[in-house]
Design a protein around this ligand. Sequence first.
Ligand SMILES: *Cc1c(COP(=O)(O)O)cnc(C)c1O
Length: 372
Amino acid sequence: MKLQMVDLVTQYGRFKDEILAEIGRVLDTATFINGPQVAELARWTEGYLGCKRAIPCGSGTDALQLALMALGVGPGDEVITTPFTFVATAETIAILGATPVYVDIDPVTFNLDPALIPAAITSRTRAIIPVHLYGQPADLDPIFAIADAHGIPVIEDNAQALGADYKGKKIGALGRVGCISFFPSKNLGAYGDGGMVVTDDEALAEQIAVIANHGSKVRYHHDLVGVNSRLDTMQAAVLKVKAPHLDGFNARRREAARAYTERLADVPGITTPAEAPYATHVFHQYTLRSTQRDRLARHLTTAGIPHMIYYPVPLHLQPAFRRDGIGPGSFPETERAAAEVISLPMHPELTTEQIDRIVHPIRAFATAEVGS
Ligand SMILES: *Cc1c(COP(=O)(O)O)cnc(C)c1O
């Protein structure tokens, strides 16, 4: 089998009959918008995360924007988050006229370093967004303690870690509100875009649902300016089939990660990912650090091994998000991570034989480096 970062074709083969039957039901009934599968997936999400409300929406990016809008974030406001994340986290803050205020990461977990948050809080701080990067929960308790002390809501960006535990509890709805992405390559992926907002706050849930539906509770009556963000029924149909298997997918990811780490832990110049004592990591990505990252990447390209850099340029150094006084050196751990990380193929279908093929050229590279 050809090596790939993510193997959605093999996975489709496992669920093909069920998925086609469920999509068939959508077509047969022409329930393209808000069909029954959409509500079923919302109820599944509530049960899975143990939260009061799940509001379906168009994407993980929309979920973040809806959460920020419902919390009233707007021009002049500040939102604290990590510069080492996918652009959507900061983009949704900026699109509302607010300013992303970055805090550097913990070099071991790649997630927000809670100790650095207090210094970033001002009278304009309206929310804190920890990102559970690569599938590992951020250290939430100290973040909640700081947020509670200042009366600031926490929005979990849970696009990459659906199913992960923090101190024995499923993350996602532990903060005031959580945001899920069903992008195809995420741990629970649709066959297009999709997202979900989750919360225990009924009033906030109501507000999110209204904003997602053009600011309307009663059709053609608009109480506020909203957006159009829906989970497509076809996507909900696909997700409905895959959702009961999420824990199984995550278990397979964890097994693959263990197999990688067994084979790479002793390799000089390579740091394998660490699982924090408070977390169950669901390995959306298996991400190494290498002090020779760019040369290792070229070596893997030559050897035909897929790999990706998540993310090569921190958000504070992106032209779109540049701010006066914040440049290279502002967030040293983030910048070092951006220069050192490299992610290997990771998906539930990965076999031990494939892992051996991926690891071999990495070990060979390290041996050649030591010898040279
Ligand atoms: C994928 C992702 C998003 C956005 O989700 P989409 O469904 O692609 O819009 C947001 N934040 C993080 C950390 C992500 O990985």
